[in-house]
Design a protein around this ligand. Sequence first.
Ligand code: DX5
Ligand code: ZN
Length: 231
Amino acid sequence: MTDSKFIMAPSILAADFTILGKQIKAVEKAGAPYLHIDVCDGVFVPSISFGMPVIESIRPASGLFFDVHLMITQPEKYVEEFARCGADGITFHLEATEDPNAVIDLIHKCGKRAGISIKPGTDIEEVLPYLKSVELVLVMSVEPGFGGQKFMDGAYDRIKRLREYIDANHLNVIVEVDGGIDKKNAKKVIQSGANAIVSGSAVFDKGSIIRNVRKFIKIAEAIEAKKADQK
Ligand code: DX5
Ligand code: ZN
């Protein structure tokens, strides 16, 4: 594995928007490197979340890596605008465009990290040809569009397949997993081969954001330490 450093990516879809700035600061203080930003258009997915104005307004308030997850149709139309308003990484859905390579090129042309995502029902083999061109692959472990859903167990084998392919081909691609991840299943998600975890409700819904984020980081660190011991 070339890029193994664990990345925690709290999703602001579950945040309290009346105190969004404060909650983002808590994420930062807890040591998460990414802020996951879910953009839903009501077409590619049934829900509508938020878009450029929100990203633009929080950009000056945070040094976190803005990990923008576009659940929108025809992402090629909007990549430049998301890049301009503050995204650091832009992830689009394979299912949302006719020309994934053109979207990847456009993201790179904007100087941003490119990610490609697949819904739970898409054959994992379909994404493999793009892995040599992206920096991140995002495996959805729920149907995209809503927070607070139950993790789909079928995701474990999909993560394993990606990890196996990435390692066998010596690719430097982050494997990020998104949807229904909590402190109970995070260990298995990481052990299956994920090195980035998105979590909305398990970070923002109950208890302290700082403690919740740190718990995820601790789980990843314990797995890393065990691996190091076995070497
Ligand atoms: C779902 C979004 C997720 C969501 C995760 O479509 O892509 O990022 O916010 O939320 P939880 O962790 O609550 O499943
Ligand atoms: Zn997401």
